[in-house]
Design a protein around this ligand. Structure first.
Ligand code: RFL
Ligand code: PHB
Length: 398
């Protein structure tokens, strides 16, 4: 015999979307259970995002999990664009009348939200197998899964699909009910985490003839670097030395000279993709975060978009349970997608501006590269163009 449980909201996925939604609902007294297919350690082992917009920080503050973020997070007032062998600062703070971003790893956000969930005694089923979302087009949605060998059935009013790009929720929607827009870029990012001091105090985004490079960080002693690589590249074929040599070549002479290298703690290749699924609601099933959309990481928007979806979803569900209003639920998809498409546009634009594209692409080859240099020169000379970049980078309002 299996176990049957009841909850108001079943959340699928304990990534940042699912955990943040769980915290916001719990704070409002809405009952939610999280079902995650991996272990907590596995989820914490993924090195991903590093840049948080103000709106994301505010949500974490609202649920009371921002103490460590305020202690250890690094506020950044700007970043550098590097091209033609020189760096040019984008002064986010000045261009946006005092706004900034915070560098604080997704792993740490996830850990803080997990600790908060555990401290409140909220239920998360980790290592759930064969998760299925059922009957979300009717009155009685259900989630079924196997947990520690027990068949479990979760009866709920709503299902939140926070299960990432490869999750089960979007895949369970009938194909005729969903439109999926996708662009896969003809390159990837090779990322390295190393226990070395960052090359500069702020991030450096570099456009170089050999390809894009990014210098980021997690703390004053932990650096995160990326170089554009071929989709055919295998991480095993990139020695640490080869990575550092390639990164150095793509930076300006001063940064190249200052770069401190060391053993990699993590090294991985990520493909780059723009993807949006429309709509984001199907009856009682809501998609949020990477389950509904993917942006290339160049604009640092993925985690922040997940947070804005979760803001819209939590307020919609709280409105329903506290006031009996369906207004938020009915406009959820439209409100999310309006912001999602703007962030997708920005991420696509910034990716197109900064990477080397193959000759065969419209923006590729030598002419594509010369056009990028012209746009970059214009960008750093034009207050208007820099303001557009800054406004999008610090995050559109939600
Ligand atoms: P996640 O983090 O993928 O979490 C989904 C969770 O669902 C679980 N799951 C299932 N659970 C139950 N049943 C199933 N059938 C399930 N299938 C999957 C998974 O195990 C997982 O735990 O999605 P979420 O929560 O929507 O969060 C999205 C963010 O993770 C993502 O957008 C960002 O990491 C993107 N991103 C960045 N975003 C930023 O805002 N700023 C950045 O600087 C930034 N840098 C990045 C990035 C992503 C990167 N990669 C590798 C994709 C840099 C990189 C390299
Ligand atoms: C990161 O630190 O991992 C990072 C920072 C900025 C980006 C993408 C990734 O645009």
């Amino acid at each position: 015999m299996g176990i049957t449980q009841r909850t108001q909201v079943a959340i699928i996925g304990a990534g940042p979307s699912g955990l943040l939604l769980g915290a916001l609902l719990a704070q409002a007294g809405v009952d939610a259970v999280i079902v995650e297919q991996r272990s907590a350690d596995y989820v914490l082992g993924r090195i991903r995002a590093g840049v948080l917009e103000r709106g994301t920080v505010e949500l974490l503050e609202r649920v009371g999990v921002a103490d460590r973020l305020h202690r250890e997070g690094l506020p950044h007032n700007g970043f550098d664009l590097c091209f033609g062998g020189a760096r040019h600062r984008i002064d986010l703070h000045r261009l946006t009348q005092g706004k900034r971003v915070v560098v604080y790893g997704q792993t740490e956000v996830t850990r803080d939200l997990m600790d908060h969930r555990a401290a409140k005694g909220l239920i998360t089923y980790y290592e759930a197998q064969d998760v299925a979302v059922l009957d979300f087009d009717g009155e009685h949605p259900r989630v079924t899964f196997t947990h520690q060998g027990q068949a479990t059935e979760l009866h709920c009013q709503f299902i939140a699909g926070c299960d990432g790009f490869h999750g089960v929720c979007r895949a369970s929607v009938p194909p005729q009910a969903i439109t999926q827009h996708e662009r896969v870029y003809p390159f990837g990012w090779l990322g390295v985490l190393s226990r070395t001091p960052p090359v500069a105090e702020e991030l450096i985004y570099s456009n170089h003839e050999r390809g894009f490079a990014l210098c980021s960080m997690r703390s004053h002693t932990l650096s995160r670097y990326y170089v554009q690589c071929s989709l055919q590249d295998r991480v095993e074929n990139w020695s640490d030395e080869a990575f550092w040599d390639e990164l150095r070549l793509r930076l300006d002479p001063q940064a190249a000279a200052q770069l401190v290298t060391g053993a990699s703690i993590e090294k991985s290749i990520a493909p780059l993709r723009s993807f949006v699924a429309e709509p984001m609601r199907f009856g009682s099933l809501f998609l949020a975060g990477d389950a509904a959309h993917i942006v290339p990481p160049t604009g640092a928007k993925g985690l922040n978009l997940a947070a804005s979806d979760v803001h819209y979803l939590s307020t919609s569900l709280i409105e329903f349970f506290k006031e009996g209003s369906r207004a938020g639920i009915d406009t959820y998809s439209q409100r999310c997608l309006s912001r999602v498409w703007k962030a997708s546009r920005f991420s696509w634009w910034f990716t197109s501006l900064m990477h080397r594209f193959p000759q065969t692409e419209l923006s590729g080859g030598a002419i594509g590269y010369r056009l990028q240099q012209a746009e970059l020169e214009y960008l750093v000379q034009s207050e208007a163009a820099m303001t557009v970049l800054a406004e999008n980078y610090i995050g559109l309002p939600f």
